[in-house]
Design a protein around this ligand. Sequence first.
Ligand SMILES: Nc1nc2c(c(=O)[nH]1)N[C@H]1C(S)=C(S)[C@@H](COP(=O)(O)OP(=O)(O)OC[C@H]3O[C@@H](n4cnc5c(=O)[nH]c(N)nc54)[C@H](O)[C@@H]3O)O[C@H]1N2
Ligand SMILES: Nc1nc2c(c(=O)[nH]1)N[C@H]1C(S)=C(S)[C@@H](COP(=O)(O)OP(=O)(O)OC[C@H]3O[C@@H](n4cnc5c(=O)[nH]c(N)nc54)[C@H](O)[C@@H]3O)O[C@H]1N2
Ligand code: SF4
Ligand SMILES: [Mo]
Length: 685
Amino acid sequence: MRNAGEIKSFKISGMEIIKKRKTICPLDCPDSCGIVATVENGRVTGLAGDREHPVTNGFICRKMRKYPERLYGDSRVLFPQVREGEKGKGRFCRISWDEAFDLLVEKLDEIKRKSGAEAILPYSYAGNMGAVNRFAGYPFFHKLGTSRLDQTICSAAAGAGWKKQCGNMPGSPLEKAMDADLIVCWGINCRVTNIHFWQYVVEARKKGGMLLVIDPYRNSTGKSADIHVSLEPGGDVALSLGIIKALLEVNRQDSSFIENSTTGFEHLAIYLRETDWREFTDQSGVTREKITDLALLFADHPKMFLRIGIGLSRNSRGGMALRAITSLAAVLGLFGEGTGRGVLYSSGAFNGRKAELTRPDLAEKITRKINMIQLGRALTTLDPPIRGLFVYNSNPLSVAPDSAMVRKGLLRNDLFTVVHEQVMTPTARYADLLLPATTFLENRDVYTAYGHFYMGVVEPVIPPLGEAMSNFDFFQILARKMGYDDPVFSQSCDERIRSFLTGMSGLPEEVTPDQVMAGGYVHSTWSRKEESLLTGLDLKFQFSSPFSPLEPEIPCLQPGKEFDDVDLQGRFPFKLITPPHADLLNSTFGESFQDCSGEVLIHPEDAEEANIAHGDLVTLENFRGRTRRVAHLTGDTRRGLLVAEGIFWQGREDEGGINDLTSQNLTDMGGGALFHESRVRLLKS
Ligand SMILES: Nc1nc2c(c(=O)[nH]1)N[C@H]1C(S)=C(S)[C@@H](COP(=O)(O)OP(=O)(O)OC[C@H]3O[C@@H](n4cnc5c(=O)[nH]c(N)nc54)[C@H](O)[C@@H]3O)O[C@H]1N2
Ligand SMILES: Nc1nc2c(c(=O)[nH]1)N[C@H]1C(S)=C(S)[C@@H](COP(=O)(O)OP(=O)(O)OC[C@H]3O[C@@H](n4cnc5c(=O)[nH]c(N)nc54)[C@H](O)[C@@H]3O)O[C@H]1N2
Ligand code: SF4
Ligand SMILES: [Mo]
């Protein structure tokens, strides 16, 4: 560890002062990069990767290299504002912070008095992954007694599936992949969403290793792979279990790992033996021959690194997909010891004292919980209704499913909407009270990572722009204005960070919270280089779990909720998935693409039948809504499968975005979203 604040400072031409300051990327990305910011005369002029960060290794993605444009761009919200005119028109009038706080306190008190505090819903997610600022509103909302938000939108299904089989096992460090003979990226487009994994793929390939990608379309990682296996979206349970079935047929399972480190394998083995091959091939869309080839390929490469993405979990069988794929990893013994072999879904590197950030103890009672995916329903049909919506760290009108219903809710005249934002997002346009938020460059915070094993605490690079306020400062002030005198609301940012770090799992014993707070990168003790992932844990991999009325005891085949709905199949012949775009981070950076609706990948034979040519503007629609995209004809997608990359911002008024097509239905486990399971039809616009 070394001090990571200001690293260089010098003058040129006698006048200009150039500083280099270290920070960490706050975005919801597994890479959590170490960043070096160049500050010239108090202005951030460049961001680059920190060479001293072992995973960042001196480079960052093109999105973040352009961040200064966002920081100083026209879309930035820099002052408190109140709505002028109709909701959703995006017209506001500037007010002072004092006036904003007065209005807020008055409105919150009024809603609480007339309807009870549960009529207020805080809505936040991961716009800022800094532990302090991400959870900054929690103590306040617990104290106020509002409804609670179930934060399920991203990894809830995958996390639940992993936990069911693996308990609290960490993932393997991604660096291990460089010694693998075979790297498998399954449901992850790592060249877009986990770009620092790629350097280890390159290393492994130099030594003769191979990359295999399993994905419904040939994404950018698939294009650079040695082998791309295309499957039906939602077909991962069938493919994973099919591979296990094939392994058992030729007796190529890792019997020693199964015997020593797992429980319940016999139940799964019997189920697989008794289930007909047809079911595996039909549901996966992969032939028996190919499944058997994959089984043999895996068995022949014991140095196999399995990178599991969240993509395969964003459908109605998403939790089961994690259960099945981790079972395959266990049958291959990938959780065991050895060079080059491993499994990474999420690192699980550090486990801080989250309750110190969220303070559930401040709540007088347990209040109702609202699944964030079902915001549309919550705003339009919930009884008793939501009267106050408080949005921060999120852009729900763009990212939550079934946007038309969210929009309908945001238009309600009896709803008071507060949005604390950095830029004028589609959601911000519907605010009654719009408040300016700082960016990570203006904040102090602590950042852990879910894709690697390093964390760090950083200083602000520049002071806040305009009248922007960090989430932490904002909620501390608001709480005191509401008359809350609990000590937590007078904590400094450092005190909050220290309480989170104290006793944190993963922090080496010899490292104190104060040392972490002085800067530098800390490496987690959970990083298992050569040892088994079970090392230090009193647990076994569970192929079969105790009976529960909610979930099957063993991983097993199930039909898809929307894809396999016979009625919908007739009316909406295409399957739609909506994975990330290289230039966006969910909807962040949308301000740079306001005139862009994005493309939809269509198989040329499907396009021909629909009389659609490359570059045509097309409409995608279903019973929830519609949106328009530009047709991109390519054999990279399967017949019958449309791929729409990126959550581009909706246009003005009631124009739909990609989430106008996705549903508020929930995954089989964890209450997650079905972003990659919508049925649609395709029309020339
Ligand atoms: N550039 C960029 N980077 C990002 C993001 C971004 O928006 N843009 N988002 C960030 C966030 S919040 C997250 S959670 C991660 C997510 O990143 P990932 O873990 O990569 O997950 P997804 O983005 O949902 O999808 C990844 C891949 O899964 C595929 N997929 C879809 N359905 C299925 C299926 O049923 N089976 C299989 N095998 N594959 C399927 C998609 O086609 C896609 O290629 O990325 C983060 N990084
Ligand atoms: N169709 C489809 N929809 C999806 C997905 C998909 O794959 N397909 N992916 C889903 C996934 S994985 C996720 S994680 C969610 C992400 O959903 P969100 O967490 O809402 O992600 P973003 O779209 O990045 O929006 C974050 C917003 O927070 C703001 N923000 C950033 N930092 C701060 C801060 O410090 N303070 C305040 N007040 N605001 C801040 C940003 O300006 C930005 O507008 O989207 C989901 N939606
Ligand atoms: S978005 Fe991801 S890759 Fe880009 S700088 Fe941030 S952490 Fe690194
Ligand atoms: Mo996510």
